[in-house]
Design a protein around this ligand. Structure first.
Ligand code: FEO
Length: 398
Protein backbone atom coordinates (compact mmCIF):
# COMPACT_ATOMS: atom_id res chain seq x y z
CA UNK A 1 0.00 0.00 0.00
CA UNK A 2 1.22 3.50 -0.82
CA UNK A 3 2.67 5.70 1.91
CA UNK A 4 3.13 9.27 0.70
CA UNK A 5 3.63 12.59 2.49
CA UNK A 6 2.76 16.13 1.50
CA UNK A 7 5.74 18.49 1.39
CA UNK A 8 3.70 21.44 0.10
CA UNK A 9 0.27 21.66 -1.52
CA UNK A 10 1.65 20.47 -4.85
CA UNK A 11 4.82 18.62 -3.86
CA UNK A 12 4.58 15.03 -2.59
CA UNK A 13 7.26 12.85 -1.01
CA UNK A 14 7.04 9.48 -2.75
CA UNK A 15 10.15 7.85 -1.27
CA UNK A 16 10.51 4.92 1.09
CA UNK A 17 12.54 3.66 4.04
CA UNK A 18 14.77 0.63 4.50
CA UNK A 19 15.59 -0.67 7.98
CA UNK A 20 16.88 -4.06 6.84
CA UNK A 21 19.97 -2.83 5.05
CA UNK A 22 23.03 -3.99 6.95
CA UNK A 23 25.68 -1.94 5.19
CA UNK A 24 24.93 1.14 3.08
CA UNK A 25 27.15 1.12 -0.01
CA UNK A 26 28.50 -2.14 1.39
CA UNK A 27 30.59 -0.33 3.98
CA UNK A 28 28.56 1.95 6.29
CA UNK A 29 26.33 0.45 8.94
CA UNK A 30 22.91 2.09 9.18
CA UNK A 31 21.48 0.99 12.52
CA UNK A 32 18.68 3.57 12.26
CA UNK A 33 17.92 2.60 8.66
CA UNK A 34 17.96 4.93 5.70
CA UNK A 35 15.40 6.75 3.59
CA UNK A 36 15.46 7.04 -0.19
CA UNK A 37 13.68 10.26 -1.03
CA UNK A 38 11.90 11.03 -4.25
CA UNK A 39 9.60 13.99 -4.81
CA UNK A 40 6.70 14.49 -7.19
CA UNK A 41 5.67 17.99 -8.29
CA UNK A 42 2.06 18.30 -9.44
CA UNK A 43 2.00 21.41 -11.61
CA UNK A 44 0.46 21.84 -15.08
CA UNK A 45 3.19 19.41 -15.94
CA UNK A 46 4.12 16.64 -13.51
CA UNK A 47 7.75 16.27 -12.47
CA UNK A 48 9.42 13.47 -10.53
CA UNK A 49 12.78 14.21 -8.88
CA UNK A 50 14.93 11.06 -8.85
CA UNK A 51 13.85 7.52 -8.02
CA UNK A 52 14.94 5.08 -5.29
CA UNK A 53 17.05 2.08 -4.40
CA UNK A 54 16.05 -1.35 -5.72
CA UNK A 55 15.15 -2.49 -2.18
CA UNK A 56 12.13 -0.16 -2.04
CA UNK A 57 11.04 -0.05 -5.68
CA UNK A 58 7.70 -1.72 -5.01
CA UNK A 59 6.59 0.88 -2.46
CA UNK A 60 7.99 3.66 -4.64
CA UNK A 61 5.92 2.60 -7.64
CA UNK A 62 2.79 2.45 -5.48
CA UNK A 63 3.58 5.91 -4.15
CA UNK A 64 4.15 7.52 -7.53
CA UNK A 65 1.01 5.92 -8.95
CA UNK A 66 -1.08 7.14 -6.02
CA UNK A 67 0.37 10.64 -5.99
CA UNK A 68 -0.18 11.08 -9.74
CA UNK A 69 -3.81 10.08 -9.33
CA UNK A 70 -4.12 8.91 -12.90
CA UNK A 71 -2.22 11.80 -14.46
CA UNK A 72 0.67 11.06 -16.82
CA UNK A 73 4.23 11.77 -15.71
CA UNK A 74 5.73 14.46 -17.92
CA UNK A 75 9.29 14.79 -16.58
CA UNK A 76 11.74 12.76 -14.55
CA UNK A 77 14.66 14.88 -13.33
CA UNK A 78 17.66 12.64 -12.70
CA UNK A 79 19.95 14.58 -10.40
CA UNK A 80 22.20 11.70 -9.38
CA UNK A 81 22.83 8.36 -11.05
CA UNK A 82 24.12 6.44 -8.04
CA UNK A 83 21.92 3.33 -8.04
CA UNK A 84 20.37 4.08 -4.64
CA UNK A 85 18.54 6.88 -6.48
CA UNK A 86 18.25 5.53 -9.99
CA UNK A 87 17.22 1.90 -9.60
CA UNK A 88 13.60 2.89 -10.23
CA UNK A 89 14.39 4.45 -13.59
CA UNK A 90 13.28 1.44 -15.63
CA UNK A 91 10.04 1.13 -13.61
CA UNK A 92 9.17 4.74 -14.36
CA UNK A 93 9.93 4.37 -18.06
CA UNK A 94 7.81 1.23 -18.22
CA UNK A 95 4.87 2.85 -16.45
CA UNK A 96 5.17 6.22 -18.21
CA UNK A 97 6.75 5.63 -21.62
CA UNK A 98 6.09 9.21 -22.67
CA UNK A 99 8.10 10.73 -19.83
CA UNK A 100 10.97 13.09 -20.70
CA UNK A 101 14.12 12.41 -18.71
CA UNK A 102 15.78 15.68 -17.70
CA UNK A 103 19.52 15.19 -17.27
CA UNK A 104 22.93 16.78 -17.54
CA UNK A 105 25.17 15.43 -20.31
CA UNK A 106 27.25 13.37 -17.89
CA UNK A 107 24.12 11.80 -16.49
CA UNK A 108 23.05 10.65 -19.92
CA UNK A 109 26.36 8.83 -20.34
CA UNK A 110 25.90 7.17 -16.97
CA UNK A 111 22.35 6.07 -17.75
CA UNK A 112 23.80 4.21 -20.74
CA UNK A 113 26.50 2.67 -18.52
CA UNK A 114 24.00 1.35 -16.01
CA UNK A 115 21.08 0.53 -18.32
CA UNK A 116 20.50 -0.90 -21.75
CA UNK A 117 17.16 0.68 -22.62
CA UNK A 118 16.85 3.27 -25.37
CA UNK A 119 17.27 6.68 -23.84
CA UNK A 120 18.46 9.21 -26.44
CA UNK A 121 14.97 9.82 -27.80
CA UNK A 122 13.64 10.44 -24.29
CA UNK A 123 16.07 12.94 -22.82
CA UNK A 124 16.04 16.65 -22.37
CA UNK A 125 19.64 17.63 -21.73
CA UNK A 126 20.15 20.63 -19.47
CA UNK A 127 23.22 22.55 -18.37
CA UNK A 128 24.10 25.03 -15.65
CA UNK A 129 21.56 27.84 -15.54
CA UNK A 130 18.97 26.20 -17.81
CA UNK A 131 15.38 26.45 -16.70
CA UNK A 132 12.19 24.47 -17.16
CA UNK A 133 8.76 26.01 -16.68
CA UNK A 134 6.11 23.54 -15.64
CA UNK A 135 3.17 25.90 -15.15
CA UNK A 136 3.30 27.82 -11.89
CA UNK A 137 6.79 26.55 -11.10
CA UNK A 138 10.10 27.47 -12.67
CA UNK A 139 12.95 25.03 -12.19
CA UNK A 140 16.60 26.09 -12.42
CA UNK A 141 19.32 23.49 -12.90
CA UNK A 142 22.61 23.89 -11.05
CA UNK A 143 25.54 21.56 -11.61
CA UNK A 144 27.15 20.16 -8.47
CA UNK A 145 29.96 17.92 -9.72
CA UNK A 146 31.53 15.59 -7.16
CA UNK A 147 28.88 16.14 -4.51
CA UNK A 148 29.49 13.35 -4.68
CA UNK A 149 29.58 11.90 -8.21
CA UNK A 150 30.68 13.87 -11.27
CA UNK A 151 27.22 14.06 -12.87
CA UNK A 152 25.35 15.47 -9.88
CA UNK A 153 23.08 18.44 -10.34
CA UNK A 154 20.66 20.10 -7.98
CA UNK A 155 17.43 21.87 -8.86
CA UNK A 156 16.05 25.12 -7.54
CA UNK A 157 12.35 25.88 -7.76
CA UNK A 158 12.30 29.67 -7.77
CA UNK A 159 8.50 29.77 -7.39
CA UNK A 160 8.32 28.13 -3.96
CA UNK A 161 12.04 28.60 -3.09
CA UNK A 162 12.74 24.89 -2.88
CA UNK A 163 16.21 23.42 -3.30
CA UNK A 164 16.27 19.79 -4.40
CA UNK A 165 19.75 19.20 -3.07
CA UNK A 166 20.60 15.63 -4.18
CA UNK A 167 23.03 14.07 -1.66
CA UNK A 168 23.81 17.39 0.03
CA UNK A 169 22.20 17.94 3.44
CA UNK A 170 21.21 14.27 3.60
CA UNK A 171 21.36 12.04 6.63
CA UNK A 172 21.39 8.38 7.57
CA UNK A 173 18.29 7.20 9.40
CA UNK A 174 14.80 6.16 8.32
CA UNK A 175 12.15 8.87 8.62
CA UNK A 176 9.90 6.90 11.01
CA UNK A 177 6.76 8.56 9.72
CA UNK A 178 8.07 12.11 9.99
CA UNK A 179 9.26 14.16 7.04
CA UNK A 180 10.61 17.46 8.34
CA UNK A 181 13.77 17.93 10.40
CA UNK A 182 11.89 20.20 12.81
CA UNK A 183 9.53 17.35 13.73
CA UNK A 184 12.38 15.52 15.47
CA UNK A 185 15.17 16.56 17.82
CA UNK A 186 17.63 16.67 14.97
CA UNK A 187 20.56 18.11 16.93
CA UNK A 188 20.29 15.41 19.59
CA UNK A 189 19.18 12.39 17.58
CA UNK A 190 20.39 12.92 14.01
CA UNK A 191 23.28 15.39 13.77
CA UNK A 192 25.86 12.68 14.47
CA UNK A 193 24.35 10.60 11.67
CA UNK A 194 24.29 13.62 9.36
CA UNK A 195 27.99 14.14 10.07
CA UNK A 196 28.76 10.45 9.56
CA UNK A 197 26.84 10.54 6.29
CA UNK A 198 28.52 13.68 4.96
CA UNK A 199 32.07 12.98 6.09
CA UNK A 200 32.19 9.41 4.86
CA UNK A 201 30.30 9.82 1.61
CA UNK A 202 31.02 13.35 0.47
CA UNK A 203 33.87 14.30 2.83
CA UNK A 204 36.62 13.80 0.27
CA UNK A 205 35.06 16.49 -1.89
CA UNK A 206 35.07 19.47 0.47
CA UNK A 207 36.15 21.89 -2.25
CA UNK A 208 33.24 20.90 -4.46
CA UNK A 209 30.84 21.01 -1.52
CA UNK A 210 32.01 24.52 -0.68
CA UNK A 211 31.52 25.51 -4.33
CA UNK A 212 27.93 24.27 -4.20
CA UNK A 213 27.33 26.15 -0.94
CA UNK A 214 28.62 29.26 -2.69
CA UNK A 215 26.09 28.81 -5.50
CA UNK A 216 23.29 28.18 -3.01
CA UNK A 217 24.23 31.25 -0.97
CA UNK A 218 22.67 33.48 -3.59
CA UNK A 219 19.32 31.73 -3.42
CA UNK A 220 16.36 32.43 -1.21
CA UNK A 221 15.58 29.02 0.26
CA UNK A 222 12.40 28.04 2.08
CA UNK A 223 12.69 24.26 1.77
CA UNK A 224 15.56 21.86 1.19
CA UNK A 225 14.68 18.42 -0.14
CA UNK A 226 17.63 16.00 -0.01
CA UNK A 227 17.75 12.44 -1.32
CA UNK A 228 18.23 10.94 2.15
CA UNK A 229 16.87 12.03 5.50
CA UNK A 230 14.60 14.88 6.49
CA UNK A 231 13.27 17.85 4.54
CA UNK A 232 14.41 21.18 5.97
CA UNK A 233 11.72 23.86 6.35
CA UNK A 234 12.95 25.40 9.64
CA UNK A 235 16.39 25.62 11.20
CA UNK A 236 18.23 24.98 7.93
CA UNK A 237 21.01 27.21 9.30
CA UNK A 238 21.82 24.46 11.82
CA UNK A 239 22.90 21.99 9.15
CA UNK A 240 24.22 24.67 6.79
CA UNK A 241 26.63 25.95 9.44
CA UNK A 242 27.96 22.40 9.85
CA UNK A 243 28.39 22.00 6.10
CA UNK A 244 30.38 25.23 5.94
CA UNK A 245 32.78 23.74 8.50
CA UNK A 246 32.88 20.21 7.09
CA UNK A 247 33.39 21.39 3.51
CA UNK A 248 36.31 23.57 4.64
CA UNK A 249 37.72 20.79 6.87
CA UNK A 250 37.41 23.08 9.88
CA UNK A 251 36.81 21.41 13.25
CA UNK A 252 33.48 21.86 14.95
CA UNK A 253 34.94 21.68 18.44
CA UNK A 254 38.23 22.23 20.17
CA UNK A 255 39.06 18.94 21.82
CA UNK A 256 40.73 15.62 21.23
CA UNK A 257 39.78 12.43 19.47
CA UNK A 258 41.95 9.53 20.56
CA UNK A 259 41.90 6.47 18.33
CA UNK A 260 43.90 3.52 19.61
CA UNK A 261 44.80 0.05 18.40
CA UNK A 262 45.88 -2.19 21.25
CA UNK A 263 46.45 -5.93 21.20
CA UNK A 264 46.94 -6.65 24.93
CA UNK A 265 45.77 -3.40 26.51
CA UNK A 266 49.08 -1.63 27.00
CA UNK A 267 48.66 0.85 24.16
CA UNK A 268 45.13 1.41 25.38
CA UNK A 269 46.58 2.08 28.84
CA UNK A 270 48.82 4.83 27.45
CA UNK A 271 45.84 6.33 25.62
CA UNK A 272 43.71 6.20 28.78
CA UNK A 273 46.37 7.98 30.84
CA UNK A 274 46.65 10.71 28.20
CA UNK A 275 42.86 11.09 28.10
CA UNK A 276 42.78 11.40 31.88
CA UNK A 277 45.48 14.09 31.85
CA UNK A 278 43.62 16.01 29.14
CA UNK A 279 40.34 16.02 31.04
CA UNK A 280 42.30 17.23 34.09
CA UNK A 281 43.20 20.24 31.97
CA UNK A 282 39.56 20.76 31.03
CA UNK A 283 39.97 19.40 27.50
CA UNK A 284 37.18 17.27 26.05
CA UNK A 285 38.20 13.83 24.80
CA UNK A 286 36.40 11.21 22.74
CA UNK A 287 38.08 7.80 22.54
CA UNK A 288 37.74 4.92 20.10
CA UNK A 289 39.16 1.42 20.01
CA UNK A 290 39.71 1.08 16.27
CA UNK A 291 39.38 -2.68 16.47
CA UNK A 292 35.82 -2.33 17.73
CA UNK A 293 34.36 0.90 16.39
CA UNK A 294 33.59 1.08 12.65
CA UNK A 295 35.84 3.44 10.71
CA UNK A 296 32.87 5.52 9.60
CA UNK A 297 32.23 6.63 13.18
CA UNK A 298 35.88 7.49 13.79
CA UNK A 299 36.15 9.41 10.51
CA UNK A 300 33.08 11.37 11.50
CA UNK A 301 34.66 12.19 14.87
CA UNK A 302 37.93 13.18 13.18
CA UNK A 303 35.99 15.81 11.21
CA UNK A 304 34.44 17.03 14.45
CA UNK A 305 37.45 17.50 16.75
CA UNK A 306 40.41 19.85 16.38
CA UNK A 307 43.08 17.47 17.70
CA UNK A 308 43.65 13.84 16.80
CA UNK A 309 45.74 11.30 18.69
CA UNK A 310 46.64 7.99 17.10
CA UNK A 311 48.00 5.29 19.41
CA UNK A 312 49.04 2.09 17.71
CA UNK A 313 50.96 -0.99 18.52
CA UNK A 314 53.48 -2.19 15.96
CA UNK A 315 52.38 -5.28 14.07
CA UNK A 316 54.18 -7.20 11.34
CA UNK A 317 56.74 -4.41 11.45
CA UNK A 318 54.05 -1.89 10.56
CA UNK A 319 51.00 -0.10 11.88
CA UNK A 320 48.41 -2.40 13.46
CA UNK A 321 45.94 -3.57 10.81
CA UNK A 322 42.83 -1.78 12.02
CA UNK A 323 44.76 1.47 12.56
CA UNK A 324 46.36 1.14 9.14
CA UNK A 325 42.90 0.85 7.60
CA UNK A 326 41.57 3.82 9.56
CA UNK A 327 44.45 6.11 8.65
CA UNK A 328 44.29 5.09 5.01
CA UNK A 329 40.57 5.91 5.02
CA UNK A 330 41.14 9.26 6.76
CA UNK A 331 43.81 10.26 4.25
CA UNK A 332 41.50 9.20 1.40
CA UNK A 333 38.85 11.48 2.87
CA UNK A 334 41.24 14.44 2.65
CA UNK A 335 41.44 15.12 6.37
CA UNK A 336 43.25 18.41 6.93
CA UNK A 337 43.70 21.34 9.31
CA UNK A 338 44.28 19.21 12.38
CA UNK A 339 46.90 18.88 15.12
CA UNK A 340 48.03 15.28 15.51
CA UNK A 341 49.87 13.47 18.29
CA UNK A 342 51.17 9.91 18.05
CA UNK A 343 51.73 7.10 20.52
CA UNK A 344 53.43 3.91 19.41
CA UNK A 345 54.10 0.61 21.08
CA UNK A 346 56.47 -2.22 20.21
CA UNK A 347 58.04 -5.02 22.17
CA UNK A 348 61.18 -5.28 20.05
CA UNK A 349 61.04 -2.82 17.16
CA UNK A 350 58.49 -0.03 17.35
CA UNK A 351 57.86 1.45 13.90
CA UNK A 352 54.26 2.59 13.99
CA UNK A 353 54.86 6.25 14.95
CA UNK A 354 57.14 6.96 12.02
CA UNK A 355 54.83 5.13 9.64
CA UNK A 356 51.79 7.07 10.88
CA UNK A 357 53.76 10.29 10.42
CA UNK A 358 54.56 9.26 6.83
CA UNK A 359 50.91 8.44 6.08
CA UNK A 360 49.86 12.00 6.90
CA UNK A 361 52.72 13.61 4.98
CA UNK A 362 50.54 14.26 1.93
CA UNK A 363 47.66 15.82 3.88
CA UNK A 364 47.21 19.58 3.98
CA UNK A 365 47.94 21.46 7.17
CA UNK A 366 48.39 18.49 9.49
CA UNK A 367 50.59 19.63 12.35
CA UNK A 368 52.20 16.62 14.01
CA UNK A 369 53.38 17.43 17.51
CA UNK A 370 57.02 16.76 18.35
CA UNK A 371 55.94 15.27 21.67
CA UNK A 372 55.38 11.61 20.93
CA UNK A 373 55.40 8.58 23.15
CA UNK A 374 57.14 5.31 22.36
CA UNK A 375 56.06 2.52 24.68
CA UNK A 376 58.14 -0.61 24.97
CA UNK A 377 55.57 -3.28 25.82
CA UNK A 378 54.00 -1.37 28.70
CA UNK A 379 53.99 2.15 30.15
CA UNK A 380 56.70 2.65 32.77
CA UNK A 381 56.57 5.18 35.64
CA UNK A 382 59.25 7.29 34.02
CA UNK A 383 57.02 7.73 30.97
CA UNK A 384 54.21 9.39 32.89
CA UNK A 385 56.07 12.65 32.57
CA UNK A 386 56.23 12.18 28.79
CA UNK A 387 52.46 11.70 28.74
CA UNK A 388 52.09 14.85 30.86
CA UNK A 389 54.23 16.72 28.35
CA UNK A 390 52.13 15.43 25.47
CA UNK A 391 48.97 16.57 27.25
CA UNK A 392 50.61 19.93 27.88
CA UNK A 393 51.60 20.27 24.23
CA UNK A 394 48.05 19.46 23.13
CA UNK A 395 46.60 21.88 25.70
CA UNK A 396 48.86 24.70 24.64
CA UNK A 397 47.89 24.24 20.98
CA UNK A 398 44.15 24.44 21.72
FE1 FEO B 1 22.62 8.36 -1.92
FE2 FEO B 1 25.47 9.47 -3.78
O1 FEO B 1 23.86 8.58 -3.32
Amino acid sequence: MHCIKKVTDDLIWVGANDRRLAMFEGVYSVPKGVSYNSYLLLDNKTVLFDTVDKSVRERFVENVTEALGGRPLDYLVVQHMEPDHSAGLRDILTLYPGVKIVVGAKTLAMIKQFHDFEVDCRVLIVKEGDTLETGRHKLHFIMAPMVHWPEVMVTYDSTDKILFSADAFGCFGALNGALFADQVDFAKDYMDEARRYYTNIVGKYGTQTTALLGKAAGLEIALVCPLHGFVWRKGFGDILSKYLLWGAYKPEEQGVMIAYASVYGNTENAAEILASRLWDKGIKVEMFDVSVTPDSEIISAAFKWSHLVFASTTYNNGIFVTMEALISDLVAHNIQNRTVAIIENGTWAATSAELIRERFAGCKNINILENMLSVKSSVKPAQLEEIDLMAEAIASSI
